[in-house]
Design a protein around this ligand. Structure first.
Ligand code: FA5
Length: 341
């Protein structure tokens, strides 16, 4: 029986050493050490062994059992180890998806930087504002028909005893009065870039859009300064050859008032089907109305100023080479569109 035990032990050691998986090891454990395993069967046969050999056979079987048990656990651990440690550093990693700034954020940064170079300070004012800053103080008293131009959202249930109802800012011009009240004594040279809200939606209008509002107030400011500033912006933002022109218009808060056109970037001012005549409209501008200066706490007999307010999205859409045909695309959240920029 001694040979039988030793040969069974060697056979088991060989099989356990060659096992390739935890499942194989479990099968071998059952085959040798399980309730009807081969080694367990040998234990059962001890009682038929002659008494002088019984002790030795018992020791040998126990030794074999202990050896196989510890070999099984050793192999189990080393199989686990090698599965964990195996690492191929040459496999390319999985890249996490990377986002980028939105086109309009790029536009805002570029516009703010262009004006910063000639001393305009970027400011931010409330995007939910009292009526007086958005209309009343800008020379558009309650029920004035000029208000209809700004298809305004009102916030229900909020009323200021002096400044009236609350609105979602329909134009960044509300920042003019806020800036005059903040600075108190000119010079003022602000660029206010903010969200605006109006009840409009089509290819060139969106209910939430951005405007940038320039305001310069000092002694002796004239239309020549306004024209020079707009030409500077057009050259730097759109390219060397671009020029602006002022077209007479009417705003209640500027006098005289203008609409500003820029030479078309597609036909270079010769006239094409996009611009129909060589010029494209960008926004409004004018000399700050004396009533507005007074409302902002600035003496109109001493100071004059100019202001302009343009749409960020429209201005960026007219940048050469972008050709975005519909403003709604910018806010559609369509990744196929956004990933291009
Ligand atoms: C104004 O809002 C005046 N506050 C501009 C101004 C400022 C005049 C200072 C004089 C002095 P207007 O309503 O035209 O003007 O809007 C100016 C520009 O904002 C438009 O030319 C357009 O570029 C942009 N805009 C207006 N409404 C929308 C809209 N719904 N969606 C996208 N852009 C718009």
């Amino acid at each position: 029986m001694r040979e039988e035990i030793l040969s069974l032990k060697n056979q088991a050691i060989a099989q356990i050493s060659a096992a390739k998986s935890a499942e194989d090891l479990e099968e071998l454990r059952i085959a040798y050490l399980g309730r009807s395993g081969k080694l367990t069967e040998l234990f059962k046969r001890i009682k038929s062994v002659p008494s002088e050999e019984k002790k030795l056979v018992g020791v040998l079987i126990n030794e074999a059992k202990n050896a196989l048990t510890s070999l099984l656990s050793e192999r189990k651990n080393s199989l686990k180890e090698s599965a964990r440690d195996w690492f191929d550093p040459t496999i390319p990693g999985i890249k996490p998806p990377r986002g980028h700034l939105h086109l309009v954020t790029h536009a805002i940064d570029e516009i703010a930087n262009t004006f910063a170079q000639i001393g305009f300070v970027r400011v931010r004012y409330p995007e939910v504002e009292w009526d007086w800053f958005a209309f009343g103080g800008l020379n558009m008293p309650k029920d004035h028909p000029a208000r209809d131009e700004w298809e305004t959202f009102f916030v229900e249930g909020l009323n200021h005893p002096k400044f009236g109802e609350m609105v979602l800012t329909p134009q960044t011009s509300s920042g003019q009065l806020r800036e005059m009240q903040r600075v108190k004594t000119p010079p003022i040279r602000m660029i206010n870039i903010a969200k605006c809200y109006r009840r409009q939606i089509d290819v060139s209008h969106f209910p939430m859009f951005h405007q940038f509002e320039g305001l310069v107030i000092d002694e002796g400011i004239s239309i020549a300064h306004l024209k020079g500033t707009l030409d500077y912006f057009a050259r730097n933002f759109f390219g060397k050859e671009r020029k602006t022109r002022l077209r007479p218009f009417h705003f209640q808060f500027t006098e005289p008032s203008f609409e500003v056109d820029i030479t078309c970037g597609i036909c270079e001012g010769k006239g094409c089907k996009v611009c129909k005549g060589g010029w494209l409209e960008l926004g409004g501008a004018g000399m700050v109305h004396p009533v507005v200066l007074k409302n902002g706490g600035i003496d109109p007999s001493k100071y004059t100023g100019f202001a302009f307010g343009w749409g960020v999205e429209r201005t960026y859409m007219m940048k050469s080479g972008l050709s975005i045909p519909d403003i709604r695309l910018l806010y559609s959240s369509g990744l196929q569109f956004l990933r291009q920029f």
